[in-house]
Design a protein. Structure first.
Length: 396
């Protein structure tokens, strides 16, 4: 089923509430209704009602109650980890944190659509996808604490290190996908980015190359509607998924607060990539409930009523309602999950506070494969500088 979105209405300051109107558009394209509203794919309404889709139902038709509970568990634990990280930063334990609050369904749905041999190129907010790829949350926080240079082995999880340069990872993903195709593998690549990054030249370049070389890559744009303080309508005159048309590949808008729809649409896009049909742009229409990062104050540019309206479409509450209405989960399950959630929060907090300081001389390692005289000189100068502190303490 597709439902109406309000993203393209003139001067938007509403919450983008979706209605129940549906159309029978072709898969991978979103038809416009008579009032020029774009459509989005939805399988679960905000009230937790299951709706049908002729195009995407088959991708979730075999999902079991256990798997549905697993999706809910993923979202709950990801949100708890995210909240703990925000708290740690506020207490001076982390340098910065980019919260995913409100975007759990987009990340868990797409992350669970991946196979182990698929490769992920994230930005710096894909904590839910990192969870799906088996990255330890405590290990991930080492980067934000400044005690490691990434925190995990990308080849061990097929999950690249976080990318701070806005949009650059889409080029990396495209090049990797071109290599996958040349190797004759049937795996796929997915690149995550936000609505703000969609205006970067690197993203446009990656669209061009992926289309020309028919690269097996899925571009997954989490449109949380705010590029820091800049609303989406200041960046584009059309819905973001429609940009794909100009490059010659499909684009589709999905309800980013609907974990089932995100799972189904991503599976479809990955299936296209693996079968040699080339790239797809998926726009997950969602909302950033918190600040852009912990250095941002969203109250300076957003209205409280906008957030309140989106809270009513909370992705966790939506799936919980469906689980309860379908008798797929009881109070015992939710109580046990709450305990697991609190235990995760405690483990993450203890792990972060117990992290040792990094080796101050590690920055000189791996600068050159075979070493370099200039690096040796810089290391010696730094060693002398560090020793001066010890000498000063001894004098006192």
């Amino acid at each position: 089923m597709t439902v109406e979105s309000t993203a393209a209405r003139t001067p938007r300051r509403s919450a983008g509430t979706t209605g129940a109107k549906s159309t029978a558009g072709k898969r991978g394209t979103a038809k416009k209704s008579s009032n020029t509203e774009p459509q989005l794919v939805q399988l679960l309404t905000p009230e937790g009602k299951r709706v049908k889709s002729a195009d995407y139902d088959r991708y979730v038709a075999a999902i079991t109650p256990e798997e549905l509970r697993g999706l809910y568990r993923d979202m709950v634990l990801t949100r708890r980890f995210d909240a703990e990280a925000t708290s740690l930063q506020r207490q001076g334990e982390l340098g910065l944190w980019a919260s995913l609050l409100g975007q759990e369904a987009a990340q868990i749905g797409s992350g669970r659509a991946l196979r182990d041999d698929d490769y992920v190129f994230p930005t710096y907010r894909e904590h839910g996808v990192a969870w799906c790829r088996g990255v330890d949350p405590a290990n991930l926080l080492g980067m934000f604490r400044g005690v490691n240079n990434g925190g995990w082995d990308p080849s061990g999880n097929n999950f690249h290190l976080y990318t701070i340069v806005i949009g650059a990872q889409t080029l990396h993903a495209t090049g990797y996908a071109m290599g996958v195709a040349k190797d004759g593998a049937d795996s796929a690549v997915i690149a995550y980015f936000g609505d703000g990054a969609s205006s970067q030249g690197d993203v446009a370049e990656s669209f061009t190359f992926s289309a020309v070389y028919n690269a097996p890559v899925v571009f997954f744009c989490q449109n949380n509607q705010w590029a820091i303080s800049e609303p989406t309508e200041r960046q584009t005159r059309v819905p973001l998924y429609q940009r794909a048309q100009g490059y010659g590949f499909p684009g589709v808008r999905v309800d980013g607060n609907d974990v089932l729809a995100c799972l189904a649409v991503t599976k479809w896009a990955l299936e296209r990539a693996r079968s040699g049909e080339g790239p797809t742009l998926v726009e997950a229409y969602t909302y950033r409930m918190g600040a852009h990062t912990t250095s941002d104050d969203p109250t300076r540019y957003r209205h409280d009523d906008e957030r309140a309206a989106w809270e009513a479409k909370d992705p966790l509450l939506r799936l919980r309602r469906y689980l309860e209405a379908s008798n797929h989960a009881d109070e015992g399950f939710f109580a046990e999950l709450e305990s697991e959630s609190e235990a995760l929060g405690r483990r993450v907090r203890e792990a972060v506070r117990g992290m040792p300081d990094p080796d101050r001389f590690a920055l000189f390692e791996h600068a050159y494969a075979d070493g370099h005289a200039l690096v040796d000189e810089e290391r010696a100068q730094f060693a002398a500088y560090q020793a001066s502190f010890a000498d000063a303490e001894g004098d006192n």
